[in-house]
Design a protein around this ligand. Sequence first.
Ligand code: LMR
Length: 411
Amino acid sequence: MEAHQAESAFAAASYIPPDRIFELTKLYNEDQCPDKVNLGQGTYRDENGNPWVLPAVCAAKDALGSTGHEYLPIRGLQTFCDSAAKLVLHDTKALEENRVATCQALSGTGALLLAGLTIKKAQTGIDTIYIPTPTWTNHETIFQSVGFRVKEIPYYRDRAFNFGAYLSALQAANSHSAVILHACAHNPTGCDPSQDQWRQIAAVIKQNGIFPIFDAAYLGFNSGSVDEDAWAIRHLIEDLALEAAICVSFAKNMGLYGERVGLTAFVTKTPDVSRTISSILERGQRSTVSNPPAYGARIAATVLGDSRIKTQWSQDLLTMSSRIKNMRRRLHDDLVRLETPGDWSHIIQQSGMFAYTGVSSQCVNWLREKYHIYMPSTSRISIAGLTERTVTYVANAINDVVRMEIKHKST
Ligand code: LMR
């Protein structure tokens, strides 16, 4: 007689709601309205609202030609790892003294995951990861999945970085903890510490022996200059000689979103430690994805390794960062011109891909229902989703829903 299970093996499983950001893109794609605007997912769009393949990336692809499909080594393409580490850490003692362990990773998410796996396996005693509130939603998911306790520390208040509360929370942390630091272009708030605030944050990290993990997803994309955007990383590892994990993504700054190009780099105290950490990175990679995809890494290595193409990339970074700055200014000016109730100066004070508009979730719903404008309920908008054609439409829509809400409240 055939044996039947009494109930499904999955009877105790709970449904997990879809990822908020990817779900928003799906809803936007399904929307048939010609006026629709996607301000949800953080993907760069050109002045016509189209995805942009960077001229530097086109040049790299031309230079690469046909590449074949063999496996890469477990830790990835060496030329990519070397040039990516050099991009961030050039002229540092850590690099000169061979104290940097690197591993190619699946973009920012993969880089953070590998960092987490490595910290676990290296028996560091670190059991807690501090993340800012708010932060990129994947931070909590990634580090919980690796088995860390994830604790939130306040980051944002009254449309600005809440430096005092952030620093106090960090002061209570100890050497059994690591902290996720957004190297620049804080996602989702667009509020970064000043250099002076970074110095104070770094001093607490050093004093308390907290392990720093940089999420560096926007180097060069924020200001147009990689060095400027990597200032905090370089301050911690060069000026304060700290160990750190640096998780770099080339999704935004090279527009290589779907190619999943990233790097996990550990800056360590000695070349010996670096060798050990390399071996642990390699094991972490082998046990999760075996070896990383080749094509995107080849593109990035060519961009970084060919001086002519690298110069073009510098230009591309300026094109993207200045278009975003311009759109911030345009949105702000339109809201001011319309006398939209409230203070909108935070839109131009924040920087990077995102702005936290601060409109209520009710307004976010109205924007979607009435105007087909998409953003998460937090009211974070991807500024890169705005164009000359849509920015006034969006400003008018925000103006309308903000006024509608005031009217509703007063009746
Ligand atoms: C975002 O924050 O919108 C992007 O980084 C895309 C993502 O993976 O969430």
